[in-house]
Design a binder for this molecule. Structure first.
Ligand code: HEC
Ligand code: HEC
Ligand code: HEC
Ligand code: HEC
Ligand code: HEC
Length: 478
């Protein structure tokens, strides 16, 4: 046993350690090998191998291992040349070192160095395991490149998906996608360091993974059924901020036999593919539906086949994200955000004209202005001081709360450092402020036989009331 170890030791430092190239090569290869074995063992013992651990253990380490072997071979070759040169000069090559383990000192040193090497491997592996695990966390994705990710991180923390990890939507399971994501990740790290990233971060995210591997890991809309009553409250810009209700019976559907939104759009036998003529996918002029081997192509009259080469244009197969493009990075427009705050009671509905003045203050702010917060305060305080001095004096607490809320709305939706402002990211669900469904369902997408993509208002919802102050319908519910 001892003899074996001595031989190994001799071999290792005598042969591989003869010049620094062999030493580096052999160390790289052995360390990587040990670490790969370590990760395999932890994988086998049931620890979760997350995408990043996988990439490290089964992609980067093997590369290091092979690189180590190559360096080692170069070193040995160099050594070989050197010996040849020396012997051609008639000089003797330097002899291999002798290690005599019969000497107690050498034996101790030998045991010590082996222990140190083993301990180093262990510590290194555990450290790497944890650092890779860290890369999967929301903290890493959302906070490391703080400025760059701030708009997405802040909107995410206020969304229904605030407990879903970034990587669950952006990477998803499986090795091939994390390889892709890591390669683009490296590019992004450089872009951040060199400050060459785009401001704002462009959307749609090209090559975002098909939603069946992300959203559909948690959602199963085939199993939703029926319609949903949607009551939307919007406040008027009058003195009383009069609330108005729009009540829709939204045919969300799901089951294949229903005429619902999901039933049609997520039916796996119907593939909808489209060509967008702008980067943000807001202008859709060519749509193809494939059902059971048949295809129908809808085009707008403006679609110009001389300008757009259909064969080569990017055709996108529609999935969840073409409608739900903002499931978590939800940015609100000023009026919408104020309506929500009024609904939540974060702004007192009794403050005269608060909807109007709040919305206009936000809309008119220059996003590059230095102290937006102060401007919001000055504007709203100024308004009440001048127009409603009594309220200004008696309800200063309510005014103050409203101001803070409005400042917060600004902070959560406008990010000057990333050039993100109102409108930067369109929301494709519905058709309230952005074209959304009307990108296709506008009555302007026509097939050869003259049929159109439906634009009848009852296709997607029954409108029960629209902007009514006291809808009778609500009495039935109450
Ligand atoms: C519920 C799924 C989901 C989660 C969780 C999620 N994202 Fe997203 N993200 C999306 C979708 C969908 C888009 C838009 C895709 C598109 O339009 O192409 C997007 C877009 C982005 C963009 C591009 C800019 C933009 O706003 O469109 C960035 C950057 C981003 N996400 C970062 C993050 C970070 C950081 C986290 C975690 C803090 C995160 N995402 C969590 C689904 C998600
Ligand atoms: C890890 C699981 C998970 C993933 C992945 C996920 N979601 Fe969700 N999603 C949830 C949960 C949980 C809720 C319910 C949150 C709540 O009600 O507070 C939800 C809620 C929703 C809602 C309803 C939101 C609302 O306002 O009530 C929509 C729409 C949605 N998800 C779409 C998506 C889309 C699109 C994707 C893919 C980009 C996605 N989800 C990915 C877990 C997930
Ligand atoms: C054609 C557009 C469209 C597509 C495609 C689509 N949805 Fe929806 N989805 C909607 C609309 C519209 C609603 C209702 C929105 C609302 O209530 O504001 C909705 C509602 C939802 C909800 C909330 C339902 C509830 O009961 O609260 C979830 C979750 C959801 N969709 C998930 C998905 C998933 C997952 C996919 C992909 C398999 C998908 N959707 C594909 C348009 C779409
Ligand atoms: C890329 C184009 C495109 C977009 C965007 C789109 N649709 Fe569609 N949708 C179609 C096509 C094509 C059909 C099939 C033709 C038809 O029946 O009108 C269809 C059919 C439907 C149907 C079934 C209609 C029927 O007659 O049974 C509903 C409901 C529907 N879409 C709802 C929506 C909603 C809601 C949105 C927005 C959240 C939306 N669609 C966005 C292309 C689109
Ligand atoms: C392709 C489907 C589709 C068609 C066609 C359609 N809508 Fe809608 N509409 C929606 C969806 C989805 C929403 C809900 C968006 C949301 O969740 O807030 C909506 C919301 C609305 C709202 C509420 C807007 C708000 O937030 O205040 C009104 C009003 C409305 N639709 C009117 C109409 C009218 C009028 C027509 C006919 C010209 C029409 N819609 C046609 C899908 C459609």
């Amino acid at each position: 046993m001892f003899k074996l170890a001595t031989n190994f030791y001799n071999l290792f430092f005598g042969l591989f350690g003869r010049n620094w190239i062999t030493l580096i090569g052999s160390l790289t290869a052995t360390i990587s090998a040990f670490m790969i074995i370590f990760f395999i063992i932890i994988g086998v013992t049931g620890y979760e191998i997350t995408p990043y651990i996988g990439i490290m253990a089964f992609l980067l380490l093997p590369i290091f291992f092979i690189a180590g072997i190559v360096i080692l071979l170069i070193g040995i070759y160099k050594d070989h040349i050197e010996r040849k040169r020396l012997s051609s000069l008639g000089k003797n090559q330097s002899p291999y070192p002798t290690i005599d383990l019969n000497e107690q000192h050498t034996r101790k040193m030998f045991a010590l160095s082996i222990s140190i090497i083993i301990a180093t491997f262990l510590v290194l592996s555990i450290a790497i395991y944890h650092s890779i695990h860290f890369m999967d966390t929301v903290t890493f994705c959302g906070k490391v490149c703080h400025t760059v990710m701030e708009p997405e991180y802040v909107s995410y923390t206020n969304s229904p998906h605030a407990r879903v990890k970034c990587v669950e939507c952006h990477i998803g399971p499986g090795a091939d996608w994390f390889v892709k994501s890591k390669i683009s990740g490296v590019r992004q790290v450089f872009a951040t360091m060199l400050k060459t990233y785009h401001r704002p971060t462009p959307s749609p995210v090209e090559n975002l993974r098909p939603s069946r591997d992300t959203c559909e890991q948690c959602h199963w809309p085939e199993h939703f059924s029926g319609s949903q009553l949607k009551i939307i409250t919007r406040y008027g810009k009058d003195e009383k901020n009069t609330p108005r209700k729009t009540i829709l019976n939204l045919h969300v559907g799901g089951g294949p036999l229903e005429n619902g939104i999901h039933s049609w759009h997520i039916d796996k036998t119907k593939n909808t593919t489209y060509i967008a003529t702008d980067k943000k996918r807001q202008k859709i002029e060519w749509v193809r539906v494939e059902t059971n081997g048949k295809e129908i192509i809808y085009k707008t009259p403006e679609f110009d086949e001389n300008k757009i080469d259909i064969a080569r244009a990017e055709k996108r197969l529609m999935d969840c994200i073409d409608c739900h493009n903002r499931p978590t990075h939800i940015f609100y427009l000023p009026a919408e955000a104020i309506d929500r705050a009024l609904n939540f009671g974060e702004i007192n509905k009794k403050l005269p004209y608060i909807k109007k003045i709040g919305t206009e203050t936000l809309e008119n702010l220059d996003i590059n202005s230095e102290n937006a917060k102060k401007k919001i305060r000055d504007n709203i305080e100024g308004f009440y001081k001048e127009k409603y001095p009594e309220i200004y004096n008696n309800k200063s607490e309510e005014i103050n709360k409203a101001i803070k809320t409005i400042q917060n709305i600004y902070r959560k939706n406008v990010f000057p450092e990333m050039n993100v402002t109102w409108n930067t990211y369109p929301n494709n669900i519905g058709h309230y402020k952005f074209p959304g469904c009307f990108r296709c369902h506008d009555g302007n997408h026509i097939a050869e036989d003259g049929s159109k993509i439906s634009s009848d208002c009852d296709t997607c919802h029954k409108i029960i009331t629209m902007d009514e102050v006291n809808p009778e319908f609500l009495n039935i519910l109450e």
